[in-house]
Ligand binder design. Structure first.
Ligand SMILES: Cc1cc2nc3c(=O)[nH]c(=O)nc-3n(C[C@H](O)[C@H](O)[C@H](O)COP(=O)(O)OP(=O)(O)OC[C@H]3O[C@@H](n4cnc5c(N)ncnc54)[C@H](O)[C@@H]3O)c2cc1C
Length: 507
């Protein structure tokens, strides 16, 4: 990307603001600040992967754009595997780009719970509109394929509400490589929308630059200390001084970095995620999910607490999911054309934490499901099984190690009134949030209603960490909306500060 560069010597940089992380939150902050004419430096740990060099090979794509090559897990019983993007554009480069707003009633609940100022669905609406316009949130035209039809057919047969999902795309060609970085630039991720715009307005973007610490002195963030790489791969120290510091490293790495920098109070204590259980459904007719777009309908009857949808399906991703129980499931690989991968996702009551461990690059992430989460997971899995059989499945294999699979709809009630086996159930998530919830409820919220870290004048959080609780919907639009709002409020605050100091100078 023009404007992104590799340093060759140790760098001492200055700017009006520094943004740490280039994902949904960071790019949205950059849009607001560069439009206001501020000089901006953005530091991003991952590399830039232009669509022209996006690899079709899963191993290469994952190791380039996914943190840890896609292998990260929150400790708990069971551990929950989670995925994050680590590249210019963050998670938006590897996500499915489904766009949804958080439910208005939930927004009201969060406002009351955390005492968040000016936080109603109406007040957030213009920010959501801005986010939706940026990514061109729209229905995908053309044939959606049988994998999508299965959810529609199953849900409708059971009399449940089924919704078409809008996505951030422009002319999607159905490459089925959303999770590998779109090879056509059709997905409206941050690297094809807000980041080039910000760079054109003068933002300097340093990729492969990891921030180690934010120096905080006398209630101000005074310096950001990072490590970059020169063209030969050698480590180059980077120090940035800026009037405002925005931490947009995502719901795991933002609290980890703040804690590393000495800000610990209430930070990283309330991580939320959407525990998700998958199932493979085997049909008699070809589904050919690997040749079509990912399923673009969802069963939304039970939202926001539960949602049933379809997963990315490529031969390698399918192989990986079967590898969870290869002895019992490996044979399904031969039936690739007849299989689909679907999931049930819940809005949990359980909570997790993020802790920085001295000497380790990656933080310690824990998540404890609440007893009612186990009930919800059992229910959503039952409903997922019902929907698959209603759509004509021959066999359904829940993601439970050693489970032989259901062969008829009456078997799917197996777990309805008993918890799933916690030692054998495979759970995952791609949605992480709430590790730094905003609000004026000082005992619960480490940042104020507008994302400013308590006790530091010029340090802001603007990413998934800010969503007050699990939203039950795909989070990118909410993250962008909240990040726009934080950046606008910070601009307003800094203008006020400048006016006050000008007035003092006059006296
Ligand atoms: C496979 C997958 C599918 C998904 N599908 C959808 C979907 O369809 N719709 C939806 O709404 N959401 C989806 N999501 C979730 C969505 O992409 C994320 O919620 C969103 O990108 C998070 O935005 P963020 O700004 O909080 O963090 P990110 O987008 O993760 O950005 C954080 C950035 O900060 C960088 N960083 C971290 N630490 C440091 C450091 N110390 N120094 C410098 N840089 C650092 C990271 O490398 C990363 O690029 C999906 C996610 C995944 C992984």
């Amino acid at each position: 990307m023009k404007g992104s560069f590799h340093p060759s010597n140790a760098l001492q940089l200055e700017a009006d603001a520094v943004i740490i992380g280039s994902g949904a939150g960071g790019a949205s902050v950059a849009d607001v600040l560069t439009a206001a004419g501020l000089s901006i430096i953005m530091l991003e740990e991952g590399q830039h992967i232009p669509s022209s060099s996006a690899s079709p090979i899963a191993r290469e794509a994952f190791s380039a754009a996914w943190r840890g090559g896609g292998i990260t897990a929150a400790i708990g019983r069971p551990p929950i595997t989670y995925a994050e993007g680590r590249c210019v554009g963050g998670g938006t480069e590897i996500n499915s780009a489904i766009t949804q707003r958080a439910d208005g009633d939930l927004i009201n609940e969060w406002r009351k719970l955390n005492k968040i100022e000016n936080f109603t669905a109406d007040e957030l609406a213009p920010y959501y509109e801005r986010a939706e316009t940026v990514v061109n949130a729209s229905l995908t035209h053309g044939a959606l394929g049988r994998a999508t039809g299965i959810l529609r057919q199953g849900g409708k047969a059971l009399g449940w509400k089924v919704s078409e999902l809008k996505r951030g795309q422009r002319g999607c060609k159905g490459a089925n490589r959303c999770s590998y970085v779109c090879p056509n630039g059709a997905k409206q991720s941050m690297s094809v929308t807000l980041l080039p715009k910000a760079v054109n307005r003068g933002m300097r973007l340093l990729a492969q630059t990891r921030v180690d610490k934010i120096r905080i002195e006398k209630r101000r963030a005074t310096e950001v200390i990072a490590r970059s790489r020169d063209a030969g791969g050698q480590v180059v120290p980077v120090h940035v001084k800026a009037g405002m510091v925005f931490v947009c490293a995502g719901a795991i790495h933002t609290p980890a970095l703040l804690r590393r920098s000495g800000k610990r109070e209430r930070i990283g204590n309330t991580l939320r995620l959407h525990p998700t259980i998958k199932a493979t459904a085997l049909f008699s007719e070809p589904v050919d999910a690997h040749q079509s777009r990912l399923p673009l309908t969802a069963i939304t009857e039970f939202m926001p607490d539960q949602r049933i949808g379809g997963s990315v399906f490529t031969p390698s991703v399918f192989g990986l999911s079967l590898a969870e129980d290869w002895t019992n499931r490996g044979d399904l690989m031969r039936d690739l054309r007849f299989c689909g991968s679907y999931y049930g996702m819940i809005r949990p009551r359980g909570v997790g934490s993020v802790r920085w461990l001295p000497g380790f690059n990656e933080p310690l992430v824990r998540f404890k499901l609440a007893p009612e989460d186990w009930i919800a997971l059992s229910q959503v899995l039952t409903r997922l099984g019902q929907a698959m059989f209603a759509a004509g499945a021959r066999k359904v294999f829940p993601s439970i190690f050693g489970h032989e699979g259901w062969t008829s709809p009456d078997q799917v009630h197996e777990f309805w009134d008993k918890p799933l086996p916690n030692g054998a159930t495979n759970l995952m998530t791609v949605h992480l949030f709430s590790s730094c919830p905003p609000g004026e409820h000082q005992d619960a919220c480490p940042v104020d209603s507008y994302g400013r870290v308590r006790g530091v004048e010029n340090l802001f959080v603007a990413d998934g960490s800010l969503i007050p609780e699990a939203p039950g919907v795909n989070p990118q639009m909410t993250i962008m909306a909240l990040a726009f709002r934080v950046a606008e409020a910070a601009l307003y605050r800094s203008a006020q500060e400048r006016a006050r100091s000008a007035a003092r100078d006059k006296i």
